[in-house]
Design a protein around this ligand. Structure first.
Ligand SMILES: Nc1nc2c(ncn2[C@@H]2O[C@H](COP(=O)(O)OP(=O)(O)OP(=O)(O)O)[C@@H](O)[C@H]2O)c(=O)[nH]1
Ligand SMILES: [Mg+2]
Ligand SMILES: [Zn+2]
Ligand SMILES: [Zn+2]
Length: 399
């Protein structure tokens, strides 16, 4: 059976052959030009109403095709299901979908924004990596809806619109992650297409919302589950005085979100029940509210190692430290649920902002000081084999 590819925009799957084409609507060698018009499927599935060239079928395994109407050659390849233009080299480079899930107000949107910003700047530079939007819409949307609001205007986000309220759509941000890797033939860039989608917390507490998210989760290659310690009764009381606490009305306990996601993933399995194989990064957010409680030698107070590899030993010590914290936070059931149901999980502790926002929902005057935000992504990339691992001690278990 031909390998199935997943569209980074709609998460539907298809074979390379089924990939379609879109005419570029330019003057062709035979002096014809296809008019642009609205693409009904693109409008319905992705909410995009711009006028575009006509779509046509061709052999999607090839990088180009000739338009039957105008004889012009096009390089625009489109998803056969949602008609989004696929990233350059789609099907030829790694394509990884990363789903971000978590309860309402757990910090998903803030975290995603800071994570992508960091990888585009500091982390990317240290890693010899580049991250760029795979398409104009992603670039525009990432800067105007996310980056500017937080980094330029210093404003927190309103709750993310639920998929149900958004015409049953989820709109992923699609990036190309390029890493210079030294190989046999000198340095050559290795590209991975990364698709991130940020859900609304409410989507995990309603059946309809859950259904829409099922396809996305089922086809995700990695999951980032954000858990907010400030929403855990055992931790809330230990938060630094003055921390902005999330309201508890309508908020799902972190353990409940995990159960819903787990039940859904297990429900998709056919045959003998086994553990979920999708790697899941279990990320505790807003760590800045707990630093005062951690011992001076805690790996969650240390600066993460730098370098251009994923540091396995450091990651495992953070993992163990979080597991210990879970005991104080009445989070042992979370640990058991992960151990029983997931073949690959890893704990992380991050602070996207480095400080509590002001009561006016603005970035603190000290600015945004991200802590360990890239760790979960680097772990996932190392699980995919897209980022090299650094193992210091022998026999220290799997990375
Ligand atoms: N102390 C602290 N608070 C944070 C941090 N990140 C987010 N918050 C707080 O958490 C609130 C919610 O963050 P969002 O990222 O909007 O949460 P969300 O998970 O996207 O919420 P929904 O879209 O409603 O599901 C923010 O307005 C901040 O008050 C952090 O790193 N530290
Ligand atoms: Mg949000
Ligand atoms: Zn044409
Ligand atoms: Zn698609």
């Amino acid at each position: 059976m031909a390998r199935r590819l997943t569209c980074p925009y709609c998460y539907e799957t298809f074979t390379a052959r089924e990939i379609g084409f879109r005419c570029n609507s330019r003057m062709s060698p035979t002096q014809k030009r296809c008019p642009r018009k609205r693409d009904r499927i693109l409008a319905e599935r992705m909410g995009q109403r711009a006028e575009v060239g006509p779509d046509f079928a061709g052999d999607g395994r090839k990088p180009t095709a000739v338009c039957p109407d105008c004889d012009g050659e096009t390089t625009y390849r489109i998803c056969p299901v949602c008609h989004s233009t696929l990233p350059v080299q789609f099907g030829m480079v790694e394509n990884r979908m990363i789903a971000m899930v978590g309860a309402k107000a757990s910090g998903k949107t803030v975290y995603m924004t800071v994570l992508l910003h960091e990888v585009m700047h500091q982390v990317g530079a240290a890693f010899g990596a580049a991250l760029m939007g795979a398409d104009d819409a992603t670039m525009l949307r990432f800067s105007s809806d996310y980056q500017d609001q937080l980094f330029r205007d210093g404003q927190m986000f309103l709750g993310t619109r639920t998929a149900v309220a958004n015409d049953n759509r989820v709109e992923p941000l699609v990036f190309r992650f390029g890493l210079r890797r030294r190989g046999l033939f000198g340095e050559r860039p290795q590209h991975t297409v990364l698709s991130f989608f940020d859900t609304a917390g409410e989507d995990f507490s309603s059946r309809d919302g859950m259904e829409i998210n099922t396809r996305y989760l089922a086809n995700a290659d990695g999951i980032i589950l954000l858990l907010d310690p400030l929403q855990m009764p055992g931790a809330r009381k230990a938060a630094r005085p003055g921390t902005a606490l999330p309201g508890s009305e309508g908020v799902d306990a972190p353990g409940n979100v995990l159960s819903r996601v787990t039940n859904m993933l297990l429900g998709l399995q056919k045959g003998t029940p086994r553990k979920v194989d999708t790697p899941i990064a279990v990320v505790f957010s807003k760590l800045d509210a707990f630093w005062h409680q951690l011992e001076a030698g805690s790996p969650l107070r240390a600066q993460p190692p730098t370098g251009n590899q994923f540091d396995v030993e450091d990651s495992l010590s953070v993992h163990e430290e979080v597991r210990q914290l879970l005991k104080d936070w009445d989070g042992v059931p979370i640990d058991q649920a992960l151990e029983n149901n997931y073949a690959r999980y890893r704990y992380f502790g991050v602070s996207a902002l480095g400080n509590s926002p002001t009561p006016e929902a603005r970035v603190a005057p000290t600015g945004i000081q991200p802590y360990r935000v890239a760790d979960p992504l680097l772990w996932l990339l190392s699980e995919f084999g897209s980022v090299p691992r650094k193992v210091r001690r022998k026999g220290k278990g799997r990375g």
